[in-house]
Design a protein around this ligand. Structure first.
Ligand code: ATP
Ligand code: MG
Length: 202
């Protein structure tokens, strides 16, 4: 056998092994139901990833609900692009950034109002995907209590998936999740004085 043939034979053996391993794992993953995903950590990409999945679900004509818990007054390119889709509902907290308003009581009321909307979506079997964007901060600030959120998630329709985004996700939410991705900040432009950019950061 030439060197090339030996290499080819080795490659084929490795691929066969890999294929049987992957096939076995695919065969084991047979349960079908909605899932709870958490996108957390300090690195960039949590909200972007959630909107990517929203686009994916809308692409199949599924009903999708997005609740934005913190950036109400901020522009958002994805929202602008997708808001005319009749299968998408978006609700945003009116007051914008908590550390901008610094009015605890007004923020708490705004959070409660938008949570009502989230609760409706979490009860609606026509909604295939719900995004609770930046909800982790609402739990951290004590504007929402973990028990209400847990109950709403546990009682949601079986086929419904939920994506939670935000830093420092609550331990009890983490315990419930099917998938957790921790975005790790290796570097962020902001720390080198680069301003948040339209179409890139929002
Ligand atoms: P994105 O919306 O870009 O996916 P994110 O949801 O992961 O970011 P957030 O913590 O919600 O991150 O960030 C809100 C804003 O701050 C966004 O404009 C984002 O681009 C920016 N940002 C994200 N990560 C960092 C970071 N590590 N340092 C500074 N700014 C950040
Ligand atoms: Mg975000």
């Amino acid at each position: 056998m030439s060197n090339d043939e030996q290499r080819q034979a080795r490659h084929q053996r490795a691929m066969e092994k890999l294929k049987s391993h992957v096939d076995e794992r695919v065969a084991n993953a047979s349960e079908e139901r909605g899932q709870l995903l958490i996108l957390t950590g300090n690195g960039k990409g949590k909200t972007t990833s959630a909107w990517g999945t929203v686009t994916r679900a809308l692409g199949y004509g599924y009903g999708v609900g997005v609740i934005q818990f913190i950036k109400g007054e901020w522009e958002c390119g994805e929202r602008q692009r997708l808001q005319d889709d009749p299968n998408l509902q978006v609700a945003t907290m009116g007051t914008g950034f908590t550390w901008e308003t610094q009015k605890r009581e007004t923020d708490r009321e705004a959070c409660e109002a938008v949570w009502q909307h989230a609760s409706r979506l979490l009860n609606d079997p026509n909604i295939y995907l719900v995004v609770l964007d930046e909800i982790t901060y609402m739990l951290k600030f004590g504007y929402l209590d973990i028990e209400s959120v847990k109950t709403a998630l546990q009682n949601r329709p079986v086929e419904q998936s939920v994506i939670v985004t935000g830093r420092n996700a609550h331990r009890e939410l983490m315990a419930m999740a099917d998938t957790i991705t921790e975005m790790q900040e290796t570097r962020h432009a902001f720390n080198n004085g680069l301003k948040a950019r339209r179409g890139l950061d929002y």
